[in-house]
Design a protein around this ligand. Sequence first.
Ligand code: RIB
Length: 325
Amino acid sequence: MITVFGSINVDLVTRVDAHPRPGETIAGSDYRLIPGGKGANQALAAARAGASVRLIGAVGTDAFAAVALSELGPGGVDLAGVARRETPTGLALIVVDATGENTIVVAAGANRSVVAADAGAVTFGKGDTLLLQLEVPYAEGSKLALRARAAGSRVILSVAPFRPLSVEAAAPASILIMNEHEAAGLAGHVGLTAGSAAENAVGLAKIFGSTVIVTLGAEGAIAAEGGATLGTEGVIAAEAGAVRRVPALAVTPVDTTGAGDTFAGVLAARLDAGVTLGEAMAYAAAAGSLSTTREGAQPSFPMRAEIDAALAAAGDRRPTGGRRA
Ligand code: RIB
């Protein structure tokens, strides 16, 4: 069982040829309202990958609430833990350029009001998963994280949007997921010398005492566990205890919005199902790639059968480096 404690948004999306400079006004495409939010996205991605998922979060009592929740119920996510608050539903203003890259500004709205008590009588068991991001108050999420860890559950923290977390604050998380920019930011924050994504992953895994996964877009993803090392000259080595790498699928992206959320949700789904870290990462990287081939966040998330088919078509995608979890 996966519990996601996180944000629920409506994404107001427009497309442009190129992002505007500060002070510039440019024409965009007609806008679309699409359900999003990092918590909701990760919950739906996990459910589509076959997991049982409940979402703890909040929406407003406005018309946007129905849009924000429109994919989640039909997608199989348990919404009993979603509160209604007398404040606007969270809204993300998203601009996507011709290469599929986006800029996102989030007006938090009801997400700001989410508290651990919204989880009510939710219980955690050994082998369950709690999935957190940083778009709702982390001080509240970490209360649940402590409960989950005490019960023997895994706690996965997606370090997005980036916040310079202390080692103490991140301690309840057993797995940290971040992109390479977030990894560089966190590495700088804890005093590591600027390095490659793999060097940052190794350094962060040692300092935080957790598994650190860094997503690399078209280059796939890498993971370092506490004792992971790099081979000579920073090369990822195929030996026990080394950093492991999984590839992305070769795709032409049209919109990268939600790709990181797809990775996090699908990774959680596969770990919750009991597969190894390397297998879960390979699956999650493929799902993230597929999500970039369609527009929007939630409408782009693949179903399990599509991920299976894409992996089969891509051939042998076993991870390189590292031991099996
Ligand atoms: O990660 C993508 C998400 O970030 C969007 O759906 C948007 O709502 C913001 O939360």
